[in-house]
Design a protein around this ligand. Sequence first.
Ligand code: FES
Length: 84
Amino acid sequence: MYVCSCFGITEKQVKEHADAGACTPRQIASASKAGTDCGSCVRKIQSLLGRGGCPRRELLDQGLPALTAGAGSPDEAPLLEEAA
Ligand code: FES
């Protein structure tokens, strides 16, 4: 199943990048370009990454805004704003 239709990136590919160490949508974007065109897949990528054991996932599970809770990396914010 495609996660990013702009670049034809599948859920499996995102997971492979995550396994290889990509922990944020921005790192996935650097590795695969997913999320760098229309941006509509960024949140989907983020939720896929959330299952991979990144510390930030705990905040998301609690329903807290991870990016404003002080645990997120600031360089990720612009990418998410584009998607909103
Ligand atoms: S669907 Fe991923 S950038 Fe458009």
